[in-house]
Every structure is written in structure tokens, then in C-alpha cells.
Write a new protein. Structure first.
Length: 183
């Protein structure tokens, strides 16, 4: 693929990722011109929580479409030492970043970012922790690319003011709804 060539459909995106390394992953957001409606096959929503819909995965990367109802938010979390790019496909989001605080495991807000359609955010554990919230009045979608799949992550428990390990789950895999375990 030429440096300036655009990615216009999902199979082309998966082919690009399958033949790329982390340097290629860094460039992918600038190449995306996939119409919103093309994500419909992978877009499963839930009234109770945002959904994690796996589009593609191998040993080098994990590509997940997160689908959000209005007001849904992730807990504060790490990325288990993986790099993460979040591309806003539809809607708008508030990303809140945190660093370790001084007192008893509490976190300190470090940075806030407003993410709109066709914009991309980057995160890694060296930058701290983050949470995302759908700030749109309607449904929204974000595409998450991890340089290395994440099977589990540390989620911040606000009541206990500490992180706990959680096994990551998909709501769907390659366009097929999975039996919900926590839906």
C-alpha cells in the first residue's frame, strides 16, 4: 500500500494490519476513509453497557469496535503494557486521563481530551490510565487498535481505591453475537 493510499473498507483495513507492524499501526488512522454504515455488521449495542466487538485479532494486534449508548462510560483502566489507538467513528467522547495520586491509592486527573468523529487518541500505560465516555446525545462508535491483544487489564475500583485485574470479554466476534455473560 502506498504511503498516501486510503483505506476505504474493512477487509482492506484488516489486510493492512495483517501486513503491518507497530510503525504501520501508527499510520493507520490517517488512512481511514471507511463509511460509517460499513461498520454495521460489527455494531452490536447494549442498553446496560458499552460493547466490545472484535473485528480482527492475531498475535500482533487486536481491532475492536466499541459501541456506546448515550452516557455510557468505561471504568478507569490500563492497557496491560500495550499501545492503544482510539479512533472516533461516530459521535463524540470525553477521554479523561489519570496518574497515580499521593494518597492511599487515589488517582489524580491529569488530562482531558474531547474526541470527535474522525479523530484519534493514543494511550499507553506510561502515560497513566484513562476512561472514555460517550458525550453524544445518541449512539456512538469508536475503533480501538491495540498493538498486541489484551486478554486482561487492571480496572480501577473507586470504592476500594485500588486496581483489580479483570478478564476482557467480547460482545461479538467477527460480526457474530456471542452468548452474553455480563450483558
Amino acid at each position: 500500500m502506498a504511503a498516501s493510499e486510503k483505506i476505504i473498507n474493512i477487509p482492506q483495513l484488516v489486510d493492512y494490519l495483517n501486513s503491518s507492524d507497530v510503525e504501520g499501526f501508527k499510520k493507520v488512522a490517517g488512512k481511514l476513509e471507511i463509511p460509517v454504515e460499513d461498520w454495521g455488521k460489527y455494531a452490536f449495542f447494549s442498553e446496560t453497557k458499552y460493547t466490545r466487538n472484535c473485528v480482527a485479532r492475531n498475535d500482533a494486534y487486536e481491532l475492536i469496535l466499541l459501541c456506546w449508548e448515550p452516557g455510557q462510560i468505561t471504568p478507569v483502566h490500563c492497557h496491560n503494557d500495550q499501545e492503544c489507538w482510539v479512533h472516533c467513528i461516530q459521535g463524540s467522547f470525553e477521554e479523561q486521563r489519570y496518574v497515580a495520586g499521593d494518597e492511599g491509592g487515589k488517582l489524580k486527573k491529569d488530562h482531558q481530551l474531547h474526541l470527535m468523529s474522525e479523530r484519534t487518541s493514543y494511550m499507553n500505560d506510561g502515560m497513566g490510565y484513562h476512561s472514555l465516555a460517550n458525550s453524544s446525545n445518541g449512539r456512538a462508535m469508536t475503533l480501538h487498535l491495540y498493538a498486541g491483544p489484551i486478554n486482561r487489564a487492571r480496572i480501577y475500583n473507586q470504592e476500594l481505591t485500588k486496581f483489580e485485574w479483570v478478564e476482557m470479554e467480547y460482545y461479538s466476534m467477527q460480526g457474530k453475537l456471542l452468548a452474553p455473560t455480563n450483558a
